[in-house]
Design a binder for this molecule. Structure first.
Ligand code: HEM
Length: 105
């Protein structure tokens, strides 16, 4: 099926313990994820990244995000994000659709 924003919001429940999105979002355990796509990794103001994230040289687009979220520590060795990974392609597609709603602000 095509991308499904509502399903993506349900997937994002796994991320909410550590990440916020939307107008009132702030950095908590992890950085704000507004405006993710097109942004260089490790560049949210006021967030204290690991060197691994800050110096990864990645730019977040659909391809890099897909690889990363499947296995964060494989794509970005040394990251302090503790997340086993989301393997399901459809759920990743839905999650991307959800995240794309939130522009940088
Ligand atoms: C970093 C996404 C789950 C904690 C990041 C980054 C992304 C991301 C894209 C890099 C941001 C950047 O470079 O600006 C997600 C998504 C999740 C998820 C989509 C759910 C599917 C989690 C969970 C935790 C977490 C559950 C905490 C247990 C962190 C931390 C960082 C981070 C601490 C900073 C990593 C570092 O500096 O090495 N996350 N995350 N994330 N995330 Fe997550």
């Amino acid at each position: 099926r095509a991308q499904d924003v509502a399903a993506g919001e349900r997937v994002f429940a796994q991320c909410r313990a550590c990440h916020q999105v939307g107008e009132t979002a702030r950095n908590i355990v992890g950085p704000v994820l507004n405006g993710l796509f097109g942004r260089k990794a490790g560049t949210v103001e006021g967030y204290s990244y690991s060197p691994a994230n800050k110096n990864s040289g990645l730019t977040w687009d659909e391809a890099t995000f897909r690889e990363y979220i499947k296995d964060p520590r494989a794509k970005m060795p040394g990251t302090k994000m503790i997340y086993a990974g989301l393997k399901d392609e459809q759920r990743i597609t839905d999650l991307i659709a959800y995240l794309k709603q939130f522009d940088a602000s």
